[in-house]
Design a protein around this ligand. Structure first.
Ligand SMILES: Nc1nc2c(ncn2[C@@H]2O[C@H](COP(=O)(O)OP(=O)(O)OP(=O)(O)O)[C@@H](O)[C@H]2O)c(=O)[nH]1
Ligand SMILES: [Mg+2]
Length: 440
């Protein structure tokens, strides 16, 4: 893979001022708290925040001219290097504000893109992030970058912006085409991998970032996925086997978390990763129940699921981190009343995992898996046992490689559909024929 357009820069020295605009007085603090967390994740130190109550954004500067002057003064007096703006701004608004305030300005979308760029480790995640960054940059090519943004590096300049400011749209389009091709190839590989895994029921962990998805993945599948108290610790999908009982195994996937105002371009670019969610049979929606704003986070997660076309998939609501609830007894019974179908757990301490496992087992009773296999025509017994397990959807007579020098032999290529909870029996039944190959 060629070098990405972006480089990562340490941003420990950046001092950021947060700016938010809200419609009503007293609202918006949650969003700014989260912006502060995003800033920390990106490596900046938060100096403070400024909120403006605003009915209608100013087309030129989003916030009002008085607020702009107030911010410029704070910036000057306190050596602030970056303004982090809580909403997505137009290229013009960014340019105007940077000129009037005299420092680099990053909006929330760009900050999230920047964090993704910093945390992307796998080839897929890196390709997806670079594509989203270029797409973002493409619409902002007219932007006049200030000398600050070019000299200082740091948040927002980690992107392709730094090296691509003077290049034209055509170059960006060429690079985006290369990245899209690469992702298509990855998609094809993943489809093949999924087909290989198709005799298992697929369960995906979804939810707001930092809800505890990776911690739960590790607890259920003895994995060693990175789990930490940071936003977007996970950027790519990991899949492991999860044994629900000695006879029932499903595939469990952990994937990228959601956040409010997630840049749309990022969702589009993360199609390969989010396919893991879209193509699952069951979703486990993990919620951090001890978060003061968890209901809003639940709503954001559902909206994102709708956006990626996964809202119709049967979903189990899991309220995590119950060990960290304030007033645990009262809160827990209130949660049970409000979300009667949910399961309450503490993934970190292994609390409630048995109940979670049996609920998922119940859910897969109703689901079916499809798959295909080759069996020698001489094995009528396996064919009739497969028929008794589920349904043969199609059969075709083909030739397979025989043993030793005997040449091709006749076999049946069968496509079947069976209840998910009988996958173990299927595994056992078809194990002698795993290595069979079609004769071409
Ligand atoms: N107290 C408590 N903390 C938990 C529990 N589960 C997870 N955490 C903590 O929550 C933080 C985030 O956990 P992760 O598993 O990385 O969360 P995630 O949903 O995978 O986050 P992203 O990958 O960033 O989307 C970590 O510091 C965990 O230790 C729990 O049951 N109780
Ligand atoms: Mg994670």
């Amino acid at each position: 893979m060629g070098d990405p357009f972006y480089s990562t820069t340490e941003t420990d020295s950046e001092i950021a001022l947060l700016v938010g605009a809200v419609r009503t007085k007293g609202s918006g603090q949650d969003s700014l708290d989260e912006l502060a967390q995003l800033a920390n994740t990106a490596g900046a130190t938060v100096f403070g925040q400024v909120i403006q109550v605003l009915q209608k954004p100013n087309p030129a500067t989003y916030i009002g001219s008085g607020k702009v002057k107030e911010i410029a003064k704070i910036v000057e007096q306190n050596k602030i290097s970056t303004i982090l703006f809580d909403d997505e701004l137009s290229p013009n608004q960014i340019r105007n504000l940077e000129r009037l305030i005299g420092c680099k300005l990053i909006d929330r979308s760009q900050l999230i893109l920047d964090i993704f760029a910093k945390r992307a480790k796998t080839a897929v995640a890196k390709t997806q992030v670079e594509l989203a960054q270029l797409d973002y940059l493409r619409t902002r090519l007219t932007r006049q970058w200030t000398h600050l943004s070019r000299q200082q590096g740091g948040i927002g300049t980690r992107g392709p912006g730094e090296t691509q400011i003077e290049t034209d749209r055509r170059l960006i389009d060429q690079r985006m085409a290369v990245l899209r091709d690469r992702l298509k190839r990855i998609d094809r590989q993943r489809t093949t991998q999924r087909q290989r895994r198709e005799k298992y029921c697929r369960v995906a962990l979804v939810g707001y970032t930092n809800a505890g998805k990776s911690t739960l993945m590790n607890a259920l599948s003895q994995g060693d996925v990175l789990a930490e108290d940071r936003l977007f610790a996970t950027l790519d999908a990991t899949t492991r086997q999860w044994k629900l009982s000695p006879h029932t195994t499903v595939l469990l996937s952990d994937t990228v978390g959601f956040i409010r105002k997630l840049p749309h371009k990022l969702i589009e670019s993360f199609k390969s990763t989010l396919d893991e969610v879209r193509q699952s049979d069951i979703l486990i929606h993990v919620v951090s129940a001890c978060h003061p704003n968890f209901e809003n986070q639940m709503m954001v997660a559902r909206q994102t699921l709708r956006e990626i076309g996964a809202l119709e998939i049967p979903t189990l609501l899991v309220l995590n981190k119950i060990d960290a609830l304030s007033e645990p007894t009262e809160t827990l019974s209130a949660l049970k009343m409000e979300f009667p179908d949910s399961v309450q757990i503490a993934a970190l301490r292994g609390i409630g995992l048995d109940t979670l496992t049996s609920r998922v087992k119940e859910m897969i009773q109703g689901t079916e898996i499809t798959g295909s296999t080759l069996i020698p025509v001489t094995d009528g017994r396996t064919l009739s046992r497969l028929q008794s397990l589920g349904k043969i959807e199609s059969q075709e007579l083909v030739e397979i490689h025989g043993n030793g020098n005997t040449g091709p032999e006749s076999a049946l290529h069968l496509q079947y559909r069976i209840p998910s909870n009988r996958s173990h029996e299927l595994d056992h039944l078809l194990s002698p024929y795993k290595g069979l190959k079609r004769f071409s």
